[in-house]
Design a protein around this ligand. Structure first.
Ligand SMILES: [Zn+2]
Length: 238
């Protein structure tokens, strides 16, 4: 029974919550990355609550958030390792937590931004005989789903075709935009259109689609598909 209580990471001390998240020697390098924690690195806290209040006496903005993401990363690693599955190495936990936090922030920022741009940007009709394909991607974090929407209009603003579909949650906002762009092109081809102008929110995705250099982004393979699709139109611009 005793051995069950010993921390599996260091194999030395008894594992309670405070040990699993803070005290354990193998975690020190992770907490070292956070300046606020570095100062308290060898402070002994009696429990997790004590740790939180101890650390956040020096209330610095966003530190609690970073702390929570790192703690979550440590806890997940502990649980995955216990299940005998491959888990994130200790030296990558901090960086991964910060990536995740940054992604969370970018999603939070992006939503109001895209709502604003709907108001501010006026839709411009394409010159005839071109058709304008507007596409958009949206993330629904609560349901771990994303959605894609496409609307195609002619030079008089008449809707020629529209579609929307749910997809499983990709990793980043730009992945969704890249997927939406590819789907928009497939849809235009499916309904027999040959001369199109594509328009979407993400400048990065649109620029990648203009081609030239290979796209090194994680969604590069989606862009490659889109470039091949683009070659099937007699006119396709972004
Ligand atoms: Zn330990």
């Amino acid at each position: 029974m005793k051995s069950y209580d010993v921390c599996e990471s260091c194999g030395e001390e008894a594992e309670d919550t405070i040990h699993a998240l803070w005290e354990c020697q193998v975690l020190k390098e992770i907490w070292w990355e956070m300046e606020i924690c570095r100062r308290n690195l060898f402070t002994r806290f009696t429990c997790f609550r004590d740790l939180l209040t101890g650390i956040f006496q020096a209330t610095e903005p966003n530190q609690a958030e970073s702390f929570a993401y790192v703690a979550w990363g440590i806890w997940t690693k502990r649980n995955t390792a216990r299940m005998g599955q491959t888990s994130t190495p200790y030296q990558k936990i901090y960086a991964e937590a910060m990536d995740r936090l940054q992604e969370f922030h970018s999603v939070q920022l992006e939503q109001p931004q895209s709502a604003q741009s709907v108001e501010q940007t006026r839709w411009c009709p394409p010159p005839a005989p071109l058709l304008k394909v507007n596409f958009d991607g949206a993330l629904f974090m609560e349901s771990f789903k994303a959605g894609i929407g496409v609307v195609i209009r002619d030079s008089a603003g008449n809707v020629i075709g529209a579609m929307s579909e749910r997809i499983s949650l990709p990793k980043t906002v730009e992945d969704v935009e890249a997927l939406a762009c590819r789907r928009a092109m497939e849809f235009a081809l499916e309904i027999g259109l040959h001369q199109v102008v594509l328009e979407g929110d993400s400048a990065t995705v649109l620029n990648s689609n203009k081609g030239g250099l290979p796209c090194m982004a994680p969604y590069g393979n989606i862009i490659e598909d889109s470039i091949i699709l683009a070659s099937q139109f007699s006119h396709c611009s972004f």
